[in-house]
Design a protein around this ligand. Sequence first.
Ligand code: PAF
Length: 281
Amino acid sequence: MQIHTSIPEVRAALQARRRIAFVPTMGNLHAGHIALMNEARSHGDCVVASIFVNRLQFGPNDDFDRYPRTLQADCEKLAAAGVEILFAPSEEVLYPEPQQYHVEPPAIQHQLDGEFRPGHFRGVATVVLKLFNIVQPQVALFGKKDYQQLMVLRHMTQQLALPIAIVGGETVRADDGLALSSRNAYLSVSERAEAARLHRLLKRIAATVHAGERDFVKLEREAVGELDQNGWKTDYVAVRRQSDLQLPQGSDERELVVLAASRLGAARLIDNVEIELANSH
Ligand code: PAF
């Protein structure tokens, strides 16, 4: 695997490549990332990954400083997964001066996760556009665990007419259902056992909606109650439309998703479960 840290170097390495499939990451790679790398191989001739812990998407109270940085181990995993090129720039390379031009996503950036992480999606969209401009991929892959991020990046790509196909990779889970995440490392042993509740709860809500329940507010309130009684501090549990994450309107909405973010100890965990309702006509 080639590892490049400078923009001219990685551009030169990518010049002769035909179909680039790109997986941007912040490192500390787990099986979820590796599944994206494997999927990327079926979308392009050359799989490119990036590792960059993007300060712009962290708020002042977020975990930027303690975000796990494990470059050596990550390189081994990427090489074993058949990644051809890794772009791993320093902050000085990607932000040689304070970033003054930003991608400003629409109102969705202030909702759901955006309500609790002001500026997060602006930071994500800005760094991803910058990485797209450097790598110039034909396809880019992002995990569905960060459902809102995937939606924002899809819309950005579409609205800015970027010639890039965005692919969402399925969430990879531990045996008890907990979505794999670098932030799971912040959980104590007892919190790790409790953490599986989040996915169980979302699956239960999905099953209840499948069974015909449409009082989403009640489902959301009950879910927050259950989490908070068990030591969580919940930001939101929300049933939304898959396409734009807005509130479902009327009973003909068929593609829904239930999303949640909640804190357990030092970890803020997010997860979601898609709900596909059969057509009633
Ligand atoms: O999902 C992530 O790891 C990050 O938000 C991303 C897309 C690499 C941008 O920094």
